[in-house]
Design a binder for this molecule. Structure first.
Ligand code: SF4
Length: 356
């Protein structure tokens, strides 16, 4: 029987087409500081080998905080009646995109809450206008929609779509999303893949009742579906939600999940999320970048709207003027011996035959 040292397990995770769940659980369970450092160093080496030293930037524009859903962990949930709702005008959105393009950033992410009455033709028009005026990749993140909507936006020029699965545990998913169904989310993700979007997923670490086995299942799902982008973030309790009294995520578990995901998925783009830069007022994005992450997402939503897009409290950079992140991001990259990569940063996965 093979020896069970951390290094042998890490080598197995890296080499396997389909890793053993037990190996993932073993790695996520390590607590010893030296072993944790060994895991992060290994993930960092794999990151360097497969995606290089450049930190890709994605300029995010949160164009509306209106949402029909009631996800129990999210401050934008519809039961939060005290939150002032907004939707940016076409002109405001295009101004934001122009700022992203002027900063030289090769990708803009258009994000909003999920609304059944989002006008698909309107969004297609915005995408077309962006593609006509700017040489920039467009990522959408507007939730679960019909395949026809995804097809319309793809045809209009959208390149990528982010739809985090949040958790693959069916019961936990149902508890957290009373109005939603895991099967529909999986259907959406499949549609996006089939339509040829660069496809994004992700999860939340530290949800109440979530186990290490659940996180291992999430990572196996990411590996099996070969996602191009995977956002892994901490649970941070929001006071205006049903989970306000729950403890926040263990940051080390978030970092270990990023590290294991990097080792297994190899060349997926993994952001050091703004959420991991906002846990208890601390910025753990550099730690994430040194544990396998390779993307940062500077925020270009104008003030004061940015403060109203509060999925979790204490969100970093919510009072800074758009476009002022440059020096801070440069400093972060310098401090860890990395460089900023302003290119589009398209998927590194081989083109899929089923989407040809
Ligand atoms: S997580 Fe998304 S869909 Fe759920 S309530 Fe928040 S904004 Fe709406």
């Amino acid at each position: 029987m093979a020896e069970k040292t951390l290094q042998t397990v890490l080598n197995r995770l890296y080499a396997a087409d389909v890793p053993e769940k037990a190996d993932i659980e073993y790695t996520l369970s390590i607590k010893d500081a030296a072993q944790t450092a060994e895991l992060f160093a290994f993930a960092d080496e794999i990151r360097q080998r497969h995606v290089g030293d450049g930190i890709l930037l994605r300029g995010i524009v949160e164009f509306s905080n209106r949402c029909d859903n009631s996800c129990k962990y999210c401050g934008l949930n519809k039961t939060n009646v005290n939150l002032k709702r907004y939707k940016l005008t076409d002109r405001q959105i295009l101004n934001c995109v122009e700022q992203v393009a002027n900063a030289g950033i090769g990708t803009v992410v258009l994000q909003s809450g999920e609304q059944a009455d989002l006008d698909s033709d309107w969004l297609a028009g915005i995408i077309r206008e962006i593609k006509t005026r700017f040489d920039i990749a467009v990522t959408l993140s507007v939730g679960e929609k019909y395949c026809q909507d995804y097809a319309l936006w793809k045809e209009a020029g959208a390149d990528r779509y982010l739809l985090k699965i949040e958790t693959t545990n069916r019961q936990l998913y149902q508890n957290l999303h009373p109005q939603m169904a895991l099967d529909n989310r999986l259907r959406c993700s499949k549609d996006l893949k089939t339509l040829g979007y660069q496809n994004g997923s992700g999860n939340i670490i530290g949800l109440p009742d979530q186990t290490i086995g659940d996180i291992a299942d999430d990572i196996l799902f990411f590996a099996r579906e070969r996602f191009d982008m995977i956002g892994i973030g901490p649970f941070i309790p929001h006071p205006a939600t049903a989970l306000s009294d729950c403890p926040p995520s263990d940051v080390e578990m978030v970092l270990k999940t990023i590290a294991v995901t990097r080792i297994i998925t190899k060349d997926s783009h993994l952001p050091a999320t703004t959420a991991i830069g906002s846990v208890n007022g601390n910025d753990y994005r550099p730690d994430a970048l040194m544990a396998g992450a390779n993307v940062l997402m500077p925020n270009f939503t104008p003030l004061p709207y940015r403060q109203l897009y509060e999925i979790y409290p204490g969100k970093r950079c919510s009072t800074e003027a758009p476009g002022t992140c440059g020096p801070c991001i440069d400093m972060m990259a310098n401090a860890i011996g990395r460089t900023i990569d302003l290119s589009r940063g398209d998927s590194l996965k081989k083109k899929r035959k089923e989407c040809a």
